[in-house]
Design a protein around this ligand. Structure first.
Ligand SMILES: Cc1ncc(COP(=O)(O)O)c(C=O)c1O
Length: 404
């Protein structure tokens, strides 16, 4: 069966009538993609500088992924985790070898990886349930993950939360130390410290080395575990394969998702030696997690970024692009700050970002927001420099036009 031809208006009407309103969708209808480009239903071309919120790291319709997908779909689409799966074992080997952690658990999404981390943290710290996390940190929408998400609007409609969470401002070492001390002396004790090395939803805020090292030290002193959420910033995006590799720490657990399945839903939790012996068969699981097709794409994704040296390219592009954005900030008073590395960038404005995002889309650039005033960029690793330069020129023109 082919999907029936639908106009954008028909899609919007059906969406309004039948899809539950959890999203405030933009009036944008992407229908085709190639590399870092997208085309909408009218055939208009765009640079995709949001990459499906960090998922499409190899861009759209990558020939290697398309080939592998067709091949894998002709084999087994699903067998369950009751039986062995070669793709899952090979992907686990690759992730474990590259990270230096000990084992991988596979699931389908970021929030599930975080749930697994919270459950395994409790195994490592029996009788304790306290978690210190970050104000404006984001970890997902399921009950455990949302309970440690540091933005009230995500939590309050669903109160009461899973107990034990406290929040500290990013990069505030004294606040971190006192939140840990408070948790340790509370009834909850301290089970875990959970950090995003770069807060993606929270304004694109990179954590400092000092802060992450202090978190490692505090977790060790309290006998708690350190969990790093690399769902958005991991797998090459910051310019190193794992963001923690540039921070000089080794976490007890790392959560991954977004680009891992090459566009298919796939999440993973990597765990260190402390966790491995605690997890026994039957304690945790998921029907679809580590699906054979998603794992095959995950392997292709990791092989491609290694063979093509894409992580080094992301790092170099980030150095060049950061300079370009800082120059833009110097010329443009509407730009308050620019933050990021590799191909994760936030451009903080002195105004609401949404109208600027709409104006950019009209000029052929798809970008996102993070908090109210930050434009967020998560472009595919294959985005050419001229696309990023023309984005910066378009942004400058829009901001200067608004100033008039
Ligand atoms: C840092 C971080 N953690 C967790 C999640 C949740 O991932 P998912 O939407 O796949 O459940 C996200 C999603 O944006 C994220 O950016």
């Amino acid at each position: 069966m082919r999907l029936p031809e639908t106009t954008p208006l028909e899609v919007e009407e059906k969406d309004a009538a039948f899809v539950l309103g959890t999203y405030a969708r933009a009036p944008f209808h992407p229908r085709k993609g190639k590399g870092a480009k997208l085309w909408d239903a009218e055939g208009k071309e765009y640079w995709d500088l949001l990459g499906g919120i960090a998922v499409s790291a190899l861009g759209h319709a990558h020939p290697r992924l398309v080939r592998a997908l067709k091949e894998a779909a002709g084999g087994l689409l699903h067998t369950s985790n009751l039986y062995h799966q070669p793709g899952q074992a090979l992907l686990a080997e690759r992730l474990v070898t590259a990270s230096g952690l000990s084992k991988a658990f596979f699931c389908n999404s970021g929030t599930e990886a975080m749930e697994a981390a919270l459950k395994f943290a409790r195994l490592a710290t029996p009788g304790r349930w306290g978690v210190v996390a970050l104000e404006e940190g984001f970890h997902g929408r399921t009950m455990g993950a949302v309970s440690i998400t540091g933005h009230e609007a995500y939590r309050t409609p669903f109160d009461p939360m899973v107990p034990g969470a406290s929040f500290v401002p990013p990069n505030d070492v004294p606040a971190l130390r006192s939140a840990v001390a408070a948790a340790v002396s509370a009834a909850s004790g301290l089970s875990a410290i959970v950090l995003e090395p770069v807060l993606g939803e929270g304004g694109v805020i990179p954590l400092t080395k000092d802060f992450v090292l202090a978190a490692r030290e505090e977790a060790d002193r309290a006998g708690a575990v350190l969990v790093l959420d690399e769902i958005q910033c991991g797998l090459g995006r910051t310019g190193s394969l794992f963001a923690f590799q540039a921070l000089g720490v080794v976490p007890d657990m790392v959560t991954l998702a977004k680009p891992l399945g090459g566009g298919l839903p796939l999440g993973a939790l990597l765990v260190g030696e402390r966790i491995v012996p605690l997890v026994k068969p039957g304690m945790h699981g998921t029907t679809f997690g580590g699906n054979p097709v998603a794992c095959r794409l995950g392997l292709e994704f990791l092989c491609e970024i290694e063979e093509k040296g894409l992580v080094a390219r992301v790092a170099a592009t980030g150095v060049w692009f950061g300079r370009l954005l800082r120059n833009l900030k110097r010329r443009c008073p509407a730009v308050v700050d620019v933050r990021g590395s590799g191909l994760i960038w936030g451009i903080e404005l002195d105004r609401e970002a949404k109208p600027v995002v709409t104006a950019l889309r009209e000029r052929g650039f798809v970008v996102g927001t993070s908090r109210e005033k930050v434009i967020r960029l998560l472009p595919p690793f294959v985005t050419p420099k001229p696309a990023l330069a023309s984005f910066a020129a378009a942004l400058e023109a829009i901001l200067k036009e608004e100033q008039k």
